[in-house]
Design a protein around this ligand. Structure first.
Ligand code: ATP
Ligand code: MG
Ligand code: MG
Ligand code: MG
Length: 439
């Protein structure tokens, strides 16, 4: 992409309404524009990162055998009356009436709808286990939408639902989600710690939230510092093996880590004092096992091996896809701007032409552009007639992992400059050597 032809409305001024760094940087980098409280347009740069995050979520869901689908954003109130949640959900639910006077709602989550789909089509235990998921916009009329996409009213969530014959199988699905979530967040360059949590309006007993530690996080968290040494890494886990998934759950949840809702001071005080941590975190996901809470009232039963109908055991599992942009920026930025992890970066390489209109510099940039693209990487070429300082500031702000700087003086000596956004280190290299380093 050439910057002269792109749509990147960067702001010079720091927007005063933004209280935290990720919100400020997303506005300044022209990634989002608020349309009303907690509702945002995703401008091209923000949209690209959102799609990259979504792709990682899809890949990791499908790696463990979960099946993608898409349910609508608008739901009928009748389904929610069946589960008893239409009244229970309260003012966070946006209620709508259509022209036939039917009560509708903008879905805050999809347990009822997926249970309805399940009961319409599945009748035998032989069709289990089954885990379906989608990535779809949700609406929750949050009392205090703030921090940009971090607490929006309209936001993108991956929500998945498992259906199993027994509690044991459903707990395996829970553990399998934990495994896949660990991998998902690490691929985005994040450490997200599973912590014992409270189940809220979803209901159920077993639940963990995944928290990214950050001063600006809205949750207070208490944990044993040893937990931050754990990484999932490149392990290959047999996701069908109950034992293998259980072992990962035990490894990652055996140390004390809880949110304020479930915090137990007495237990916490059993950890050696130097390992006790009280901090803040951003909730980027949550997994639940809730048994037959929805299947019983909604009649989602299957015929068991003995021919008798049994309600299925279920769980639901969410990832805050749009919130993750904020969380990644909170975890990865400096005073000049965003530092994108390679896996989610909107472009891989920024090419800065120090003297636009100089034949040699223009030709060298065009050649580099083609070579980067040939590697399957996406370049963003700043081909505007701007001062070098302005071009550098834009590149630092939008946080691409690499910058190649091209100017007539360097070219005389056969070199361009390759700069890492994360370390700030620059090297003078021949154009070929710079390209080779990106591979
Ligand atoms: P929170 O405690 O932050 O209100 P939640 O517990 O109500 O979140 P869940 O029902 O667990 O949210 O939804 C799954 C995920 O969706 C959350 O872990 C979070 O990452 C994301 N999410 C929830 N509410 C919002 C929101 N208002 N804006 C952006 N993302 C959200
Ligand atoms: Mg909430
Ligand atoms: Mg929560
Ligand atoms: Mg939650």
């Amino acid at each position: 992409m050439r910057l002269s032809r792109y749509f990147l409305p960067v702001l010079k001024e720091t927007p005063s309404e933004a209280q935290i760094v990720s919100h400020r940087l997303m506005l300044r980098a022209g990634m989002i524009k608020q349309s009303s409280a907690g509702i945002y347009s995703w401008l091209p740069l923000g949209y690209k990162v959102l799609r990259n995050i979504e792709t990682i979520v899809h890949e990791e869901q499908q790696r463990v055998g979960h099946i993608p689908m898409l349910m609508p954003t608008l739901q009928s109130a009748d389904l929610w009356r069946e589960s008893g949640r239409y009244d229970a959900y309260g003012p966070e639910m946006l209620r709508i009436r259509d022209r036939q006077d039917r009560d509708m709602l903008f879905g805050p989550t999809n347990e009822e709808m997926i249970t309805d789909i399940f009961r319409s089509h599945v009748s035998s235990y032989k069709d289990l286990p089954l885990t379906l998921y989608h990535i779809q916009w949700k609406f929750r009329d949050e009392i205090r939408p703030r921090f940009g996409v971090m607490r929006g009213r309209e936001f993108l969530m991956k929500d998945g639902y498992n259906f199993d014959l027994t509690k044991e199988d459903a707990l395996h699905a829970y553990n399998r989600h934990l495994v896949s979530y660990l991998r998902t967040y690490e691929r985005m360059g994040l450490q997200a710690i599973p912590m014992r949590a409270d189940s809220g309006p979803i209901g159920g007993d077993d639940t963990h939230e995944f928290l990214v530690l950050a001063e600006t996080g809205e949750s207070e968290v208490f944990y044993d510092s040893e937990i931050t040494d754990l990484t999932f890494g490149e392990r290959e886990i047999d996701h069908d093996s109950h034992e293998a998934c259980q072992a990962v759950l035990e490894e990652f949840t055996s140390r004390y880590a809880r949110t304020d809702e479930t915090h137990d001071e007495a237990l916490f005080n059993q950890i050696p004092e130097e390992r006790r941590r009280v901090a803040r975190g951003i909730e980027v996901g949550q997994i639940f096992y809730f048994g037959t809470k929805y299947s019983e009232p909604m009649g989602a039963t299957v015929q068991g091996p003995d021919g008798k109908p049994v309600p299925v055991h279920m769980g639901s599992h969410g990832i805050g896809v749009s919130r993750l942009l904020g969380a990644i920026i909170e975890a990865s930025h400096d005073d000049k701007g965003i530092i994108w992890p390679e896996a989610v970066a909107p472009f891989h390489v920024g090419i800065v032409n120090l003297k636009q209109g100089d034949d040699e510099a223009d030709a060298a940039c065009d050649a580099l552009y083609a070579q980067v693209a040939a590697l399957g990487l996406e370049p963003l070429y700043d081909d505007r007639n701007e001062r070098a300082g302005g071009k550098f500031a834009t590149m630092d702000l939008i946080g691409l992992p690499w910058r190649i700087t091209v100017g007539p003086r360097g070219l005389k000596n056969g070199v361009v400059e390759l700069t890492s956004r994360r370390t700030g280190e620059s090297e003078e290299l021949s154009p070929e050597a710079a390209i080779a380093k990106l591979k």
